[in-house]
Design a protein around this ligand. Sequence first.
Ligand SMILES: NCc1[nH]cc(CCC(=O)O)c1CC(=O)O
Length: 321
Amino acid sequence: MIKEKFGRRIRIGTRASPLAIAQASEVAARLASCHGLSIESFEIVRLTTKGDRLNERPLPDLGVKGLFTQELEERLLTGELDLAVHSCKDVATILPEGLHISAVLPREDVRDALVSRSGALFWDLPSGAVVGTSSVRRAALLAMHRPDLVVIPFRGLVGTRLQKVSEGIVDATLLAKAGLNRLELAGVATEVLDTRQFPPAPAQGAICIESAKENSIVSDLVSALDDAATADAVRCERAFLRVLDGSCRTPIAAYATCHGSEVILRGMTIEADGSNPVRVVVRGARSATEQIGLSAANCVLSRRAGRQIEEAALCPHFQGN
Ligand SMILES: NCc1[nH]cc(CCC(=O)O)c1CC(=O)O
């Protein structure tokens, strides 16, 4: 019946990286099993995105939203693709007109993992150890907890980064545990870091499906994969990010969890050098999950503004003459 509606294979778009392909394959397998379809009913379409092509440059310099998603989104709008599978963490907070997140899969491990060459745990890394990371959030958290470490920019596929560790180009790196798990590389993690010390990026560990709003056949098809608790948590975290992304340029972390009808959001901003961490915890009804993200973000903004005023008051330049 679903097959008849499409009249052809269902086209799932993904980036061409091993992690992205693992995620798209998982979605195809889940859709096939939910709807009693053969895996042959799906075609996985791999696209190289701008983010992949600019792989050697540090991400913060690239300055464009949706680097890993734009090519896929264009094809969702033309109908060349039926759905796109993304790491929800990489999806811009404002989607192109006409597209929506139609499902969010149950969350994998949200935590960051340390992979160290010597096997040393995070607090046992020797002073001066070199840690490679592409993420401004991880670099800032490293600088806050361990200013004695040396952080260097580090991009590329998960496999490339792991190789740089084993070759000794760096002593350690931080990666999302979710990505390692999905690549069946969980065993390479030396230590899984606590979310209180290393709060994750908004939507880390969640896979989402993006599709055209008007394509209700796809929306119905993928709704079977949607996990309400993950979707609510991610919506809360992304609302927090949306406000802060537009109004400050600091690294941002957010982690929401659902407890019955309630959601708790733990959010944080921190300067790139590890200074001025601002943490908030907001709890409320899951039915108002976006509102909780927005009010947590506004709380962070007013606290940051308050600190700036305090600092200005301490500065002689502002004392009247
Ligand atoms: N920006 C790269 C990216 N996007 C999503 C993941 C991991 C998977 C996830 O968070 O769901 C990664 C790699 C990493 O951070 O180690």
